[in-house]
Design a protein around this ligand. Structure first.
Ligand code: ADP
Ligand code: MG
Ligand code: ZN
Length: 480
């Protein structure tokens, strides 16, 4: 039998407001345990939560950017559960009246397939604290710094058919939220977390299979491996005549295996009820219109513009525009130099290469547009050739703090040599040392010119001006 994998995602995103959702404590990541807390976010009796206006703004912004219908009437609900990561013993969330519904996100996978993923709903809620289990002394410590950090939960329709589509969707959301400045979506710091609901069914079937849910996956690679593992496990079980049990599973990324945690709870277990301490919230048309007017240019539009205006290939344009940080670096450097062609050359040739080679994420690039511009101005003059430029670029890119481009060029003797006498004598020497290749040239194999040029470049330590080398090699060969 042929199977198809069906996936729906629940994505939690921390909103980058300065203070928490219902109190004025800081949302800063880290900090000594239990120092970013107050009586409200630790659920002391007698305290009252107040909704942070900025959280509502950011949430509506996210909803509109994901093409949702914003719900005018909003309410919060209590989701009761007894677990020490939430001292109140309930989480304030939105079950019955989420603020956004019926959205969609257009994704393009690595293999170039474009499709829409439906958004079922988005709701606001507060984050829980962290439990630190100590294996040596058998105790559990609690850190409530994260309690009350604002979250939105984006619930998709079961529209994904592969890990590739899932990754494309997460990357798209990350890029959109980065441009909006409403979240940094850092999976490794937990500001973006993903639950994967997965079932399998026979290809062509219209009904959904029984799904399992994998909680809190926190890296793209982990998600990819977990999906593969779980789909194969379900197919094997079905082939063996077993029934899939609807359950919550945990993925162990170190061991590369998933295992059952608990059979699926349902809404009843949480005894949801309307939050009595927060009045209903009405999102006015004015709020929605104000946010729509302030929407920035997103990656798709930017990529199209880079392709048309600056001649970046479609793939390169998508890569640059996909990251707000890279797009800013590119646009500002072009503005400072007025030389998009040269900026493009170093961006695509060197920045992409070095990011790949050294495993650097776009947002971790430290090179400033000012320094990149200074480099581009030097590289497009006759001062250094491309080969020397690459050496300078790598050193500058890897540690740009107080990097001295001019000093580096001088110290390493990288200035371009364009002195005819020096280059001509190197050309003669190379010709004298390679009589066989000279014979090939004389018998009509003009291809070997390239070999001579390469040898002369090598002999001059890569610093000779390539145009001059080319010219003099041809001149000297023609004299033979
Ligand atoms: P719950 O509230 O119990 O988590 P929902 O019905 O809200 O369940 O669904 C949660 C997520 O699971 C959604 O993203 C949805 O698309 C997905 N989902 C639901 N049924 C299936 C299924 N049979 N296979 C794959 N994903 C599913
Ligand atoms: Mg769920
Ligand atoms: Zn607080």
């Amino acid at each position: 039998m042929n199977y198809e994998t069906v996936i729906g995602l629940e994505v939690h995103v921390e909103l980058a407001t300065e203070s928490k959702i219902f109190c004025s404590c800081t949302t800063k990541f880290g900090g000594a345990p239990n120092t970013h807390c107050c009586p409200i976010c630790t659920g002391m009796p007698g305290t009252l939560p107040t909704l942070n206006r900025k959280v509502l703004d950011y949430a509506v912004t996210a909803g509109l950017a994901l093409n949702c219908e914003i719900q005018k009437n909003n309410r919060f609900d209590r989701k009761n559960y007894f677990y020490p990561d939430l001292p109140k013993a309930y989480q304030i969330s939105q079950l019955y009246m989420p603020f956004a519904r019926n959205g969609k996100v257009e994704i393009t996978t690595r293999s170039g397939v474009t499709k829409n993923i439906g958004i079922h709903e988005i709701h606001m809620e507060e984050d829980a604290g962290k439990l630190i289990h100590s294996e040596t002394d058998g105790i559990t410590l609690t850190d409530y710094n994260r309690c009350g950090v604002p979250l939105i939960e984006i619930v998709s329709e079961p529209d994904f058919r592969s890990a590739d589509e899932v990754i494309a969707y997460l990357e798209k959301i990350k890029s959109i939220f980065e441009y909006l400045g409403i979240s940094d979506c850092k999976m490794q710091e937990g500001s973006m977390r993903c639950d994967v609901n997965l079932s399998v069914r026979e290809v062509g079937s219209e009904t959904l299979g029984t799904r399992t849910e994998m909680k809190n996956l926190n890296s793209f690679r982990g998600i990819e491996r977990a999906i593969k593992f779980e789909a194969e496990r379900q197919i094997r079980a079905i082939e063996a005549g077993e029934k899939i049990v609807q359950e919550t599973r945990r993925w162990d990324d170190l061991k590369g295996v998933g295992y059952a945690m608990r059979t699926k709870e349902n809404a009843q277990d949480y005894r949801y009820f309307p939050e009595p301490d927060i009045p209903p919230i009405i999102i006015s048309d004015d709020t929605v219109n104000r946010i729509i007017t302030a929407m920035p240019e997103f990656a798709d539009t930017k990529a199209k513009r880079y392709n048309e205006q600056f001649g970046l290939s479609k793939g390169d344009a998508e890569l640059v525009a996909g990251s707000k940080h890279l797009a800013e670096l590119f646009e500002k450097t072009v503005e400072l130099t007025g030389n998009p062609k040269e900026v493009r050359y170093w961006l695509v040739g060197q920045i992409f290469y070095l990011m790949n080679e050294k495993g650097i994420a776009p947002e971790d690039i430290k090179l400033s547009p000012e320094m990149f511009a200074e480099f581009v101005n030097i590289a497009s003059s006759d001062r250094i050739n491309k080969q020397a430029g690459k050496i300078v670029f790598e050193a500058m890119f890897m540690s740009p703090e107080r990097f001295d481009i001019e000093g580096f060029i001088k110290e390493n003797g990288l200035e371009q040599v364009d002195d005819t006498e020096t280059i001509r004598s190197a050309v003669r020497e190379v010709i004298n040392n390679n009589p066989k290749t000279v014979q090939q040239y004389l018998s009509g194999q003009t291809k070997v010119v390239g070999f001579f040029v390469g040898q002369v470049m090598k002999a001059t330590g890569g610093k000779a001006k390539p145009d001059t080398v080319n010219k003099l090699v041809n001149e000297e060969l023609n004299k033979l």
